[in-house]
Design a protein around this ligand. Sequence first.
Ligand SMILES: *Cc1c(COP(=O)(O)O)cnc(C)c1O
Length: 409
Amino acid sequence: MATINENYLKLQAGYLFPEIGRRVSEFIAANPDKKVIKMGIGDVTQPLVPTVIKAFHEGVDEMAKADSFKGYGPEQGYGFLREAIAEHSYKARGIDISPDDIFISDGSKCDTGNIQEIFGNENKIGICDPVYPVYADTTVMSGKTGVCQLNGYYEGVIYMPCTEENGFIPELPTEIPDLIFLCYPNNPTGTVATKEELKKWVDYAKANKSIILYDAAYEAFIQDEEIPHSIYEIEGAKSVAIEFRSFSKTAGFTGTRCAYTVIPDELLAYDSEGNTHKVKKLWNRRHSTKFNGVSYPVQKAAAAIYTEEGRKENEEVIAYYMENARIMGKSLKDAGYKVFGGKNAPYIWVKTKNGMKSWDFFDKLLNEANVVGTPGSGFGPSGEGYFRFSAFADRENVLEAMERIKNLK
Ligand SMILES: *Cc1c(COP(=O)(O)O)cnc(C)c1O
């Protein structure tokens, strides 16, 4: 008799995006003449830059000739890409990361989920609220939690509220998590963590033998010189943190798929007898057993981001999104909303007026301004009363959406 992994039965139905889709379709069906502007999605809208496309094409052409054809590549990724990352993403910022500590993959979503299987199920997981839903759901799937409670919190997870009061950086929890998910610049709040704030977490992890799972998917959007791009900019972080990075948002690879995970050689975890083990060794074992590498043309395209031309072109795309974010931040503020984020991240986190619930604001915005955003409560209970706007949009739509919101009654 085949049985299932019953942890899957604990999962709450993926509610947020299907529900948004349902309400939008219903509105469009009833109002076919209205132009709906979507500012809810966390997906890029601008195409890959020319230098990346050129390298991508070259990679494909190499596959067409016998003398340059490539079969299976190294599971960890090609040396040329790992070296380019170590050089340009880390060494250029004064961080010493060996190419051997970098694992190329097809996405950070997969990596942040898959990483859980190399850690024991007795680990307590610390998760921010509101949060990118993948961390919680994959924690449930891996069997590290109890059931979902009425307030939307899973039993056995240590939730760390991120609120206006704490500047959307959680307080160090009194019940100590063994694995701590942090994401800065943050999705959904668009806020960032300073060096001092991250140092608190690194020291806390060190003191408690915990590991920080640091999602830096939006690091390329940081504008402020003082804000760290990597957790490894904090002294001592290499012995307590894994870092996830992705080309998805930083270079428009959401549909092309390429990301990487950094596990420093010095990062250790314990077995039940208290002996230490290199985390990197376990991840390497997992990665080379269950993954067969990212396609060669894609890795070649990703490496082109680090050329002078590629970097310049990409910076222009990021500047375009950040100008959207600036316009949105200013317009929403002028319209009387309290606005967070959007300065070093492509997300604007808006407090609704007069304590309006997130979903009520969603309906008002859809019905009266024909604009779609994402209700904050969909990211966790502490997101109630907030709303996320994404700067991944066309300028024309941003300007029109902001004009409509300004005119809302
Ligand atoms: C978009 C996003 C990612 C990237 O996921 P990929 O699988 O690499 O496309 C990772 N973390 C967060 C918080 C994101 O919003």
